[in-house]
Design a protein around this ligand. Structure first.
Ligand code: ATP
Length: 356
């Protein structure tokens, strides 16, 4: 396993900027995910790491080796594509063995490696099956086995689950994570699905328009988003625009357009000391961190939507100058109805502040 360093990398396609001045250090053995909406530059970045594209500017290093202009087959990478790219008329074993035959390994060694990796992806009984006789999930595991059998320094996965149905996606997600932690191979995973990214990754890079919006662990990205884009893209949130009204010790007090005052904590903030009273700020409040009843930051509003999911009750509450998505997990008492008033409180620790 190797680390991957991306230094000041840009990729232009004519006038289009695929990625802009990217700087990134993926540690050896890490499960690292590129996450973002369509067109944000995830695949372009992955393809530059694989060697299918060369950067217009900048350097890519595997450990200390500069691979910026190295051919893909010289990089010792394993790659799994969205459509698996398997040979449909060949058997499972022939597909898995392909990379080893290209490397001209002895037959006995190929067999031993193929058997081992087929077991690892739980396809022990399927060696002689043709690819077109397998389910989508099984084909995905063959693709994974084929990428892993060459013992790559880095495993690259480009939206590998997007052709599977929801249930299989969830099962395969767990499988990929298990295999990755068993082998400890540095893994770079591309997805636009935030659940996939959150559940599998050691760290996530959120991208937009060829730029990095934030890099962090799933918990950091979810609980401490650095900007509106990340807060909104990851999970459900309430984004409220306000003006900084006062800073008292560890507290930040903001006021919304219609005069609602909310207080949060300085450490729950990506604002810096240059942000002054009177400046605009945005606040992210997760629906599940809003509680019913009075407490810190008490406010009232009228219910415009009610949904009982079994696990939670979800409300939309029209407040003084914004509407709040609220998710009550431990409900005490009756379900409220549309049109009723509700009193809510938001713990100061549950407000997260940022500039833009
Ligand atoms: P998706 O999730 O849809 O695959 P992505 O985040 O992987 O999207 P990229 O494929 O990396 O996005 O594309 C980033 C930008 O570069 C987009 O604006 C895209 O149109 C452009 N782009 C990518 N490949 C090429 C190419 N070969 N020629 C021209 N423009 C390209």
């Amino acid at each position: 396993m190797k680390s991957v360093k991306i230094e000041n990398v840009s990729k232009k396609f004519g006038q289009i900027h695929g990625v802009k001045d990217l700087n990134l250090h993926i540690k050896a053995g890490e499960f690292f995910t590129f996450l973002g909406p369509s067109g944000c530059g995830k695949t372009t970045t992955l393809r530059m790491i694989a060697g299918f594209y060369y950067p217009t500017e900048g350097k890519i290093l595997f450990d200390d080796l500069n691979v910026t202009k190295l051919q893909p087959n010289k990089r010792n990478i394993g790659m799994v594509f969205q459509n698996y790219a398997l040979f449909p008329h060949m058997t499972v074993d022939e597909n898995i063995a392909f990379g080893l035959q290209v490397r001209k390994l002895p037959k006995a060694e190929i067999k031993q490696k193929v058997d081992r990796i087929r077991g690892l992806v739980h396809l022990s009984q399927y060696g002689k099956r043709k690819i077109n006789e397998l389910s989508g999930g099984q084909q995905q595991r063959v693709a994974l086995a084929r990428a892993l059998v060459i013992e790559p320094d880095i495993l690259l996965l480009d939206e590998p689950l997007s052709n599977l149905d929801a249930k299989l996606r969830e099962e395969t997600r767990i499988e990929i994570k298990r295999i990755q932690s068993e082998l400890g191979v540095t893994t770079i995973y591309v997805t636009h699905d935030q659940m996939e990214a959150m559940s599998m990754s050691d760290r996530i890079m959120v991208m937009e328009n060829g730029n990095i919006k934030q890099i962090g662990t799933p918990q950091e990205i979810y609980n401490r988003p650095s900007n509106r884009f990340v807060a909104d893209f990851i999970g459900e949130t309430n984004l409220i625009e306000a003006t900084i009204d006062a800073v008292n010790g560890d507290d930040i007090q903001v006021k919304t357009a219609n005069g609602l005052v909310l207080t949060g904590r300085k450490q729950q903030s990506s604002l810096t000391l240059t942000h002054m009273i009177g400046d605009k700020a945005f606040i992210s409040i997760r629906p599940e961190s809003i509680n019913q009843g009075t407490g810190e930051n008490t406010l009232t509003g009228k219910i415009t939507f009610v949904e009982f999911t079994g696990v939670s009750v979800n409300y939309i509450v029209e407040c003084i100058d914004f509407s709040l998505k609220v998710m009550i997990i431990n409900m005490n008492g009756e379900l409220k109805k549309i049109g009723e008033e509700i009193t809510l409180n938001i713990a100061q620790d549950s407000l997260y502040f940022f500039r833009e």
